[in-house]
Design a protein around this ligand. Structure first.
Ligand SMILES: Nc1ncnc2c1ncn2[C@@H]1O[C@H](COP(=O)(O)OP(=O)(O)O)[C@@H](O)[C@H]1O
Ligand SMILES: [Mg+2]
Length: 541
């Protein structure tokens, strides 16, 4: 039907279309460009990147997902790799660079096979088999780690921080992070541990060394009481959370008030004063001695609060109000005159503390002890931001290590062991899948070879040496970027949670297969750019 006749046009004019090897080639090129962009930041000797957005704001980071989020990636296949990083970030919180580099390398090895006329479907199938086998190997080499094994949990936190600028203080931060996660951990009826990271909060303040950051069991609210005459510290705090203003509403319509007698003026003022006094008295009558108000507090109301010895803060952020509610047990009330003693929350201490040039409120000894805050310090805002990102990585790995109860060794040792066992497996599979599984195995070696490259060593020499050691049964041998040698990572305490590898391998494989299977790219005008080389924001690498 219609064969050989004039083509039927089904696409809008201006639509770009690429098919077959062209489409594959361009997609793979774009995806590889993404992985090349983050490559140099992998590992302890990885470099940082400085990213400048269109507004001129600068971010300095070595965090894979942060780099990719800041880049304005256009190409659809490249975007898929950015998704890999985002998924890794959401599921594990670390290993984002690893996952993207792995996906890029799987595609690179696939290109070689496509050039040798292996059909992408065969590659995809081989990759799928290889992924299953890799997962099996990974599980077998993983070791147990329990919540009580603080020493190993701290080492896991340290490994996550080693490549970041906090590296010099990683022991200090590792202690803090393990303490934080263990404070908020939950255990369900089956004895399974879960960690809700929402219960760990950070407050950033530049102007001091990063190792002056500290952990508070409780909350830090970046607010001070509205009047200096208010108490600086309230013990046995009964806390009211108010989402209403302590103000007298001005009438909406322009009402004209005829005042004929001076006494009327004072009556009018007195009326306003009475209303404010009533509001404050109402709060006081509940026994509250601390008030967090999401809205404003009139000067006069401030004065009444102060006279009543109440610690009152205004314009508190909604998210802070919610956190205060959860941790102190207070109800957030909307109508001041309806507050009741049962709406109040409790904390052992509410205290004003000076942090640099600013004062903040510290709330400790709260009802729900599963609330912690970290005051993040750094010389400048950029440093404080990167400290915070490193802490997020660190508590994420401690969280998943506790939840899964499993860990593996790093430095490329696990990837190399998987590569080796995959090669044996490939031989046992045979047929056309064998060649794809072997390509997959070589792709796994990109982790140790990139670590070596970033440390200024010859990646080929390192990989060859590492293969030899793994053949000889030294399955924890990886690359030590500090000595430039292949060493036992277990002995060096370079350990990571099992989930980093599990997720990175899975999502890298999925993305690679998905990109490989595309042989037709149809793009509407203005919808992405199916040209590999044409990617704004990519020219910085
Ligand atoms: N002390 C170390 N020795 C060798 N490798 C290390 C060491 N610390 C971390 N690594 C390795 O660095 C890699 C992680 O680097 P990182 O820059 O944090 O990237 P990612 O975004 O993938 O987490 C992992 O392969 C990890 O095993
Ligand atoms: Mg990391």
């Amino acid at each position: 039907m219609g064969m050989g006749n004039a083509p039927i046009i089904i696409l809008k004019e201006g639509t770009k279309r690429e098919r077959g090897k062209d489409a594959q080639f361009n997609n793979i090129t774009a995806a590889k460009a993404i992985s090349d962009a983050v490559r140099s930041s992998l590992g302890p000797r990885g470099m940082d990147k400085m990213l400048v957005d269109s507004m001129g704001d600068v971010v300095i980071t070595n965090d894979g997902v942060t780099i990719l989020k800041e880049m304005d990636v256009q190409h659809p296949a490249a975007k898929m790799l950015v998704e890999v990083a985002k998924t890794q970030d959401a599921e594990v919180g670390d290993g984002t660079t690893t996952s993207v580099i792995l996906a890029g390398e799987l595609l690179k090895k696939a290109t070689d096979l496509i050039d040798a006329n292996v059909h992408p479907t065969i590659i995809a199938n081989g990759y799928r088999l290889a992924n299953e086998k890799a997962q099996e190997v990974l599980k077998n080499i993983a070791k147990k780690v329990t919540i009580d094994d603080e020493a190993n949990l701290k080492l896991i936190a340290q490994t996550a921080m080693i490549s970041k600028s906090v590296s010099g203080s990683r022991e200090y931060f590792a202690n803090m992070v393990v303490d934080a996660v263990k404070t908020v951990v939950d255990k369900d009826a089956d004895g399974k541990y879960t960690v809700d990271l929402k219960n760990i909060q950070t407050v950033k303040k530049a102007g001091s060394r990063m190792d002056e950051s500290y952990l508070v069991k409780g909350l830090i609210i970046d607010k001070e009481p509205v009047q200096p005459s208010m108490p600086k510290c309230v013990k046995d705090a009964k806390i009211a959370l108010v989402d209403a203003a302590f103000e007298v509403k001005k009438t909406e319509i322009d009402a004209k008030i005829q005042i004929t007698d001076p006494a009327q003026i004072s009556a009018f003022v007195a009326e306003e004063e009475n209303m404010l006094r009533e509001m404050v008295d109402k709060i006081k009558s509940t026994g509250a001695n601390v008030v967090f108000c999401q809205k404003g507090i009139d000067d006069l109301a401030q004065h009444f609060f102060s006279k009543a010895g109440i610690y009152a803060c205004r314009r508190v952020k909604k998210s802070d109000m919610e956190r205060l509610g959860r941790s102190t047990g207070a109800n957030i009330i909307n109508k001041i005159m309806e507050i009741d003693a049962s709406d109040l929350g409790y904390a052992e201490k509410v205290e004003l503390k000076k942090v640099e040039d600013e004062e903040m409120t510290f709330i400790t000894g709260v009802k729900d002890p599963k609330t912690v805050s970290i005051l993040v310090r750094g010389g400048t805002n950029h440093v404080a931001d990167e400290v915070e990102r490193s802490l997020v990585d660190a508590w994420s790995v401690v969280k998943v290590a506790i939840e899964d109860g499993m860990m593996v060794t790093g430095g490329g040792s696990t990837a190399m062991e998987i590569a080796m066992q995959l090669r044996d497996y490939a031989a046992s599979v045979g047929g056309r899948a064998q060649i794809a599984i072997e390509a997959y195995a070589s792709a796994m070696e990109v982790i140790p070879s990139t670590l070596a490259e970033n440390a200024g060593h010859d990646p080929i020499d390192i990989v060859i040496e590492m293969r030899k050691q793994h053949k000889a049964g030294r399955k924890y041998d990886g690359f030590n970027p500090y000595t430039g040698k292949v060493e036992d990572m277990a002995a060096l305490n370079v350990i990571e949670p099992y989930r980093i590898g599990k997720q990175a391998i899975n999502s890298a494989t999925d993305a690679a297969i998905m990109i490989l299977r595309i042989d037709d790219v149809i793009a509407a005008r203005g919808g992405g750019q199916p040209q590999g080389g044409d990617m704004p924001g990519m020219d910085d690498d």
